[in-house]
Design a protein around this ligand. Structure first.
Ligand code: FAD
Length: 452
């Protein structure tokens, strides 16, 4: 039980800083504004009790890989806060009740948190705000997860172009990426007990076949940033980014970005420094180009917070699906007739990660060959992906299904051709299909099909 010191409300300003998917100290406007205003801050993370219950698609909102990454990130955040004489309050439950309870417990007059763009999260903030107001507590919200700040866009949210190219060209021409906000030097908190993390999570073992082992936390994100950029891997990014396997064909920044262990602005300025030192090229630009895709989905969600989760997406097109539960199960469990699909889905289940090319191929197969309702696929990714982010996930799925921002009306990939182009020597499939790895020396695989 925490002993909360009585405070003089006339003189002492206290604020709850509600960390969600912004688990960092550097370039975090929410934290900076709270520290500027308050005499004492109480950093909080609330594990939403609904994350472990079933969604309407029979999946969970978080699987074991992201859970591990999340807890690692929180543990590191707590350590960094402790170095600054603060700490982290961890709680589990309904965030609206928990944040309200903690604000009252600590006599906080304000709650600082990150702004949201997706429907459920916006609704949660709206309900929290109503509850806080009843107790005279103010909710202060800041946009902290995009490269371009929402207020620097050259158009209103209502007028955001529906096509990526139009969005990108205008922001590149008329907006600038702001400087980073430095970690506040001094902040004070009341005495906070150290969290006993082992009460909440048990580490899982990494699959040795994974091309990259992700560890959550801000320091780990910065380590990867230096590793990918300073070592020069970024110089080959554009040519290599479609590969299926390997530690450095792509940046692997996505899990840290998704949980906010690093900001896209930090990555951007790091790339710019590299360009100033060693020169710019197609590849250094292309990584920024991909971060603009990420922004595009976030701002599109701001415009259509609910529609991206509907079957007809933002296009309002009615699509005929003959959704079959058995096909969904076969796809999830790597039991389709296509061994390339099975290999990708196995990699996803065992590691929580899949290349961008892999995600496009399995999504296309799910929608156009298995004729399943794309939202089931998106919700399976939501459970499994270590880098799950509502906008990037549901936005990309809707795009491939032809109900999102794609003016060409969806993306169909020919699986045999993809296998021939990206896994000609079967090395990827051999790695992820145990049935094949045990037979790999026999080298008798001629077809992409293992089950009929
Ligand atoms: P890199 O190629 O190194 O790219 C750098 C960064 O740019 C990424 O970390 C990511 O933040 C951003 N980025 C790259 N490609 C995209 C893209 N197509 N859309 C949005 N942002 C992009 N990405 C997620 O972060 N979370 C998701 O839940 C997610 N779900 C996806 C679902 C499908 C069906 C598809 C096709 C793509 C999805 N992506 C998602 C986008 C992309 O596949 C991953 O961001 C990328 O593979 C992560 O690896 P990386 O960090 O090495 O990427």
């Amino acid at each position: 039980m925490i002993d909360v010191e009585p405070i003089n409300l006339n003189t002492m300003r206290r604020a709850i800083v509600w960390f969600k998917n912004d688990l960092r100290l550097q370039d975090n406007e929410t934290l900076q504004k709270a520290v500027e205003w308050a005499d004492e801050i109480i950093p909080v993370f609330c594990y939403n009790e609904n994350w472990d219950t079933q969604t309407q698609f029979g999946t969970k909102k978080i699987g074991k890989h992201r859970k591990q990454f999340l807890f690692q990130s929180m543990m590191e955040l707590e350590e960094q806060l402790a170095e600054r004489n603060s700490g982290l309050v961890f709680c589990k439950g309904n965030p609206i009740h928990e944040i309200l309870r903690l604000a009252k417990l600590y006599n906080a007059q304000r709650v600082y948190a990150k702004k949201e763009v997706a429907y459920e999260e916006i609704t949660e903030l709206k309900n929290l705000n109503e509850q806080l107001l009843k107790s005279g507590i103010t909710l202060e919200l800041y946009s902290t997860s995009t490269l371009y700040h929402a207020t620097d866009l050259p158009f209103s949210i209502r007028d955001i172009p529906e096509m990526f190219t139009n969005f990108r060209k205008q922001v590149e021409k008329d907006s600038i990426v702001r400087n980073e906000i430095n970690t506040p030097d001094n902040f004070k908190s009341p005495q906070l007990e150290k969290v006993n993390w082992s009460d909440y999570f048990t580490p899982i073992k990494n699959d040795e076949r994974a091309s990259f082992h992700f560890i959550g936390g801000e320091n780990q994100a910065n380590k990867r940033l230096t590793e990918f950029i300073q070592a020069g891997h970024i110089n080959h990014y554009k040519q290599k980014r479609d590969q299926l396997y390997g530690a450095n064909y792509s940046s692997k920044f996505s899990p840290w970005l998704a949980l906010g262990c690093i900001s896209p602005r930090t990555i951007y300025h790091h790339i710019k420094n590299f360009e100033n030192q060693y020169g710019a090229n197609d590849s250094t630009y292309w990584l920024i180009f991909e971060l603009i895709w990420r922004d595009f989905f976030r701002f599109s969600f701001k415009k259509h917070p609910r529609d991206f989760f509907l079957q007809q997406g933002i296009s309002k097109k009615t699509i005929e699906f003959s959704h079959n539960k058995n096909n969904f199960v076969a796809w999830k469990n790597s039991e389709t007739v296509q061994n390339l699909i099975n290999a990708f889905m196995n990699e996803l289940k065992e590691t929580g990660f899949m290349s961008n090319r892999g995600r496009q191929i399995v999504a296309s197969y799910f929608i156009y060959e298995l004729k399943c309702d794309w939202r089931y696929g998106a919700s399976w990714f939501e459970e499994q992906l270590i880098d799950y982010d509502p906008c990037s996930n549901w936005g990309n799925w809707a795009y491939i299904a032809g109900v999102g921002n794609d003016p060409r009306g969806g993306r169909i990939f020919n699986i045999d051709k993809q296998a021939e182009q990206f896994d000609k020597d079967f090395s990827f499939r051999n790695k992820w299909l145990s049935i094949l790895s045990s037979e790999k020396s026999s080298n008798n695989i001629e077809s992409n099909t293992i089950k009929t």
